[in-house]
Structures are given as C-alpha cells and as structure tokens.
Design a protein around this ligand. Sequence first.
Ligand code: SAH
Length: 218
Amino acid sequence: MQNREAKYKRLREEMVFRQLEMRGISDPLVLDAMRSVPRHLFVSEALMDQAYGDYPLPIGEQQTISQPLIVAEMTQAIGIGPDDRVLEIGTGSGYQAAILSRIAFRVYTVERIYSLYARTRKLFDQLQYYNIVTRYSDGTSGWKEESPYDAIVVTAGGPEVPEPLVKQLAVGGKLIIPVGDKYTQELIKVTRTETGVKRESLGSCRFVKLIGEHGWKE
Ligand code: SAH
C-alpha cells in the first residue's frame, strides 16, 4: 500500500513536470493542486496505472476524465484565488472539481448522470474535500440559489454559451466553456463587466456533449 502510493506520487510529479510545466503551465497554485490530488483515485481500479498518462480516460456512462493538460489549462485560464466561489458544470469523475477546490474557497459542482454524481460524491467524502458541494441536476441552468459566482467552469461542450450561466456570474467573474459542434469546440472565456460581457477564444478543444435545456437536446 505504502509502495503503491509512493509510486503514484512519483508518476504525479513526472506528469506535472513533463506534461504541464514543460508545456507552459506556470501558475504555482495550479501546479501545486495538480501535485496534490491523487488522480488515480478518480478512475476505476483497472485504469489506475494509466491515470497519469497524457490522455483522457473513460469513467463509465460514455463519459471521460479530461487529459491532465486540459484540466491545468482551464484552471490556469480561469485565474481563481483562495476567496473565490466557483461553479463547475459536469462533475464526472470529480477530478476537475478537486483541482479547483484546492485553490478556491468553495466549489459547487453539478452532474446530470445519477451514478456518476453518487460515486463522485462519496469519493469527495473519502478524500475529505469538504469544500466541494455536489448537486444532481441539469447544470445548463446553473445553480441560482448559490449565485453569483466568481468563476464558472463547464467541462462539457455546448452549442452556445448558456445564458443562465452568464447571469449567475458576479461582476468581474469569468466563465469558461467549450462551444462548437459534437466533434470539435472552441474554448470560450466570457468575463462579466460592469456594462456587459467580454468574450474571447482560448483555442480549440474536444469535450463530451453538454446535454440539457440550454445545451444539446440529446
Ligand atoms: N469534470 C469532469 C469531466 C467529465 S466529462 C472530470 O474531471 O472528470 C463531462 C461531464 O459532464 C459528464 O459527466 C456529463 O454527464 C456531464 N454533463 C453533461 N451535460 C451536463 C449538464 N447539462 N449538467 C450537468 N452535467 C452535465
């Protein structure tokens, strides 16, 4: 057991250096978070040895845990700090929420598939990540009761930026979401300003579909 944890810790440090630092991830908060979260516990037993590889992995229900680099890029791009309240849409394995939670004050995360929601919620308890709050629902409508948020991260791709999410941003708040068709999307960053919104593109990406009232219909 001890050995196993030591092995994964070594793989994790290698992942952070080769896949992240060497490719331009430089925010120390992001790098520290990626060093501390045990990614192998977010995949099934059979895939644990692959957890630190440079690719996404299946997590069941035809969903995936994102490649480490894309998790780091999104976390770096959203630019959060220790006082921030963050909403994530698409809990999945919980890995992205876990990374955000090591930096932010609190993370609210929403998942539409019950089995993933239930499994991940248990994992957060086991890891004692008590500043993550989970919810089973359609995240394209956001989580109004807890709004406004300093940051919103959507980890599934939609046809457009869901309007309710923009409304739930604090002034100065930022939203990151993959927007495009089923096969390829553009990572869009929306910043809410005093007078409206600023929209910029961070490059192309590929995510599973965001399904819901303000996303794809199925
Ligand atoms: N952040 C996750 C990525 C999982 S893949 C991780 O780190 O593992 C994207 C997830 O978004 C899937 O679990 C999918 O079920 C979920 N999803 C898709 N549409 C959604 C919606 N409208 N509301 C909430 N979750 C959604």
